[in-house]
Design a protein around this ligand. Structure first.
Ligand code: ATP
Ligand code: MG
Length: 217
């Protein structure tokens, strides 16, 4: 039985914040994805490798078994739908919140009260649809792939649904947060078949991740 393990991570905060968890499991990534052009990174364990993919592609690699496990934000997992994924651990990393924001001059509360149809730009169409449906607010959703903050400033939308951590990007663009939709953190996701077939190799790593992430609170 091949017990090679492939871990899918995205560059940036998820990679950086997963490193200490990997170290708790005795795994050290021996190349830096920010300076290396390689998409497959070796570790000190010859049976463990890390692949670098887009944040929103992590669940797809794990779902199809191209990676045995991965780390993805709750935002990304909701949009993906979680099919074929086992989600055992909230790693408590890459924390932020998902919020509704509007231009400082836009009276969101009264627009909602009056039952106005709102145009909402977002990368998170599923989450936004559910949020506004639950509130009974009629929306036209406009799918974007980034820089949501721009949309209200140029009249593409009345509101955006985006991730916020400090709020400084909103502030810099004269936007205000008007609704908190949910708290976001990153989760470990495991391919369902790998969980059974590679249990022996995976289990100690999952346990180390769990212990290390619990220490975060
Ligand atoms: P890409 O750069 O490929 O378009 P991305 O912008 O979603 O993807 P990152 O910015 O690395 O990639 O975000 C990865 C994950 O980190 C997000 O899915 C989210 O869960 C979380 N995240 C995003 N922004 C923040 C933030 N400002 N603070 C903390 N966590 C964040
Ligand atoms: Mg980003």
């Amino acid at each position: 039985m091949n017990q090679q393990l492939t871990l899918a991570l995205s560059k940036g905060r998820i990679f950086e914040e997963t490193l200490p968890l990997l170290e708790a499991a005795g795994i050290m990534v021996t190349e830096n994805p920010e300076t290396s052009r390689k998409l497959i990174l070796p570790t000190n364990d010859k049976d463990v490798r890390v692949i670098i993919v887009r944040a929103s592609d992590v669940p797809t690699y794990v779902q199809y078994g191209a990676a045995d496990f991965g780390v993805a934000g709750k935002d990304v997992l909701i949009e993906h739908g979680g099919e074929g994924l086992y989600q055992p651990i909230d790693l408590r990393i890459a924390k932020c919140r998902m919020s509704v924001a509007v231009s400082a001059g836009f009276d969101y509360a009264s627009a909602v009260r009056q039952g106005a149809r709102l145009r909402v730009a977002t990368k998170y169409v599923q989450t936004a649809r559910e949020h506004f449906a639950a509130k009974g607010v009629h929306v036209d959703l406009i799918k974007l792939y980034g820089s949501m903050e721009l949309a209200p400033l140029v009249g593409l939308s009345d509101a955006i649904v985006d991730l916020v951590s400090t709020g400084s990007t909103l502030k810099a663009n004269n936007l205000v947060e008007v609704e908190h939709i949910m708290d976001i953190s990153s989760r470990l996701v495991v391919n369902r078949a790998a969980l059974k077939l590679k249990r022996e190799r995976l289990q100690p790593i999952l346990e180390a991740f769990e212990r290390a992430s619990k220490r975060k609170e």
